[in-house]
Design a binder for this molecule. Structure first.
Ligand code: TYD
Ligand code: MG
Length: 461
């Protein structure tokens, strides 16, 4: 292959520079600059692509006209349903023709399972490209998931050119690539999995998919810090970025949209990994709340969180104990550790609880990661309960955000949360007394208002 120009690109943000530097000028990350060799690409050169950020690909050929926006009408998009209500919900109603969806997640979380399930259920001819596993391995997984039909085609391939050729020949209704990190393009000379390869290969698939109106599902691995392995530009290039989260040792998974050009990013899909695939979870509270609402143990508190527009009742567990080592440990599963530190500082400063020298462990039962700030109050209640060794009153749930001054702030969608709590058999619901909108409180449930975390002790035990 003819050697082309050499340039350097940041593996974090994709910033291109003419020479190697220790720190990226754009994102300030250290040691992220990689050398890349780009063969002068006739397809790109014609379109006058600049730099090599992958964005150049979009500027190809066809001369565009300047026209009033009002000339254009919204075309109703025929979406391809995935055959799974949760997946469809997150996508905004199904896969859009020509749209490239990037599905990211940690290894073992179930990305291949979700993709294969979709391949088996979606309509039409599906081309499943496997770069990591052999077709036999894919077949084994398929046998767990259900019955196979001949319209599901498999291609063990990692060359983008070969994949695009196969797409042109087969004309599938959906292309699945597992995974984007295995792809390589003959136009760049770096190793598969490198930033340049991932970016270039994605760009080539994108370019091929758009005119064919082919929806593409790309699977991508996520690094330990939770970002997609690959440049940030990958996220900018594709139309939809989904992340699949959960704890590998638990059965529950949340599918979230980080970016969606064709739908809302507020939706979330909830799944349970079973022996025969990922099952949609229609009523999260029922499966997450295995212990019921009676409560008994000290250090637990029930909360109604909202994820993806849906209320779900969860149990927050805290363990506060005298530190065994000199430096107290703080650990958190399913809840942001920084936020736990903040809440503990508030408890110490505003309520006079001396927990600075204690170990604190926090856990959201079920293995889900919850981002809803309304969880704060239940975290504080659980920590308080554990350090006092007192159990909260039975059938009590919480929803409130906690501020730095120790104030309990109102939360969004209170009515929906109260409704869910009542449905699950809660009788006392602790909320903020500050600027609360009047809501209709369902029968059988009593709202208990607190203004400050310092008042919590008085009302819950
Ligand atoms: P997989 O889809 O291979 O994860 P990823 O592609 O994200 O790395 O699935 C990983 C796990 O799921 C694996 O440990 C086996 C388990 N699993 C089930 O529990 N039930 C099933 O039906 C299938 C197919 C997998
Ligand atoms: Mg996989």
């Amino acid at each position: 292959m003819a050697r082309g120009r050499t340039k350097y690109a940041c593996s974090e943000c994709g910033q291109v520079s003419a020479q190697w530097v220790g720190q990226c000028a754009a994102c300030k990350a250290w040691n992220t600059i990689e050398e890349e060799l780009v063969e002068s690409n006739p397809r790109l050169a014609k379109g006058g692509a600049k730099g090599g950020s992958g964005g150049g690909v979009a500027m190809i050929a066809r001369k565009a006209e300047v026209r009033p926006l009002s000339d254009y009408v919204e075309t109703s998009m025929r979406r391809l349903p995935t055959g799974d209500p949760e997946f469809d919900r997150v996508l905004g109603g199904g896969l859009v023709p020509g749209a490239v969806v990037l599905l990211g997640g940690e290894p073992g979380i179930g990305k291949s399972t979700l993709a294969l399930q979709t391949a088996m259920r979606a309509l039409g001819t599906i081309l499943y490209v496997t770069g990591e596993e052999s077709p036999e391995q894919v077949r084994m997984r398929a046998d767990r998931l259900g019955t196979l039909e001949d319209r599901l085609l498999v291609l063990p391939e990692t060359s983008t050119d070969a994949i695009i050729d196969a797409v042109r020949g087969v004309k599938p209704a959906l292309l699945i690539v597992d995974s984007v990190q295995t792809l390589h393009s003959s136009r760049v000379e770096s190793t598969p999995g490198s930033i340049t390869q991932v970016r270039e290969s994605t760009a080539e698939l994108l370019l091929a998919a758009k005119p064919l109106q082919l929806p593409v599902l790309l699977i991508g691995h996520i690094t330990k810090d939770g970002s997609l392995a690959g440049p940030k530009v990958l996220e900018h290039m594709v139309d939809v970025v989904l992340t699949f989260e959960g704890d590998r040792h638990h059965a529950f998974r949340i599918l979230r949209a980080q970016k969606n050009r064709f739908g809302s990013t507020h939706e979330a899909g909830i799944f349970e990994m079973q022996h025969n695939g990922l099952m949609p979870v229609a009523n999260p509270s029922e499966v997450l709340l295995t212990g019921g609402v009676d409560g008994a143990a000290s250090g637990t508190a029930l909360a109604v969180a909202i994820e993806g527009g849906r209320p779900m009742m969860i149990e927050v567990q805290a363990l506060v104990s005298t530190a065994v080592y000199g430096t107290p440990q703080r650990s958190s599963t399913g809840y942001e550790l920084k936020r736990l530190h903040m809440l503990l500082a508030v408890l110490e400063k505003r309520c006079g609880f001396k927990i600075g020298a204690s170990d604190v462990f926090l856990n959201i039962a079920g293995g889900l990661k919850i981002n809803d700030p309304a969880l704060d109050l239940s975290v504080v209640a659980a920590a308080l309960g554990s350090s006092l060794d007192m159990a909260a009153a039975p059938k009590t749930a919480f929803a409130g955000e906690v501020g730095l001054t120790g104030e309990v702030r109102p939360v969004s969608r209170l009515e929906q949360r109260v409704g869910e709590a009542q449905r699950m058999g809660i009788e006392r619901f602790v909320v903020s007394s500050l600027g609360r909108r009047k809501i209709k409180v369902p029968a059988g449930i009593k709202l208990i208002e607190v203004g400050r975390v310092a008042d919590l002790q008085r009302v819950i035990f």
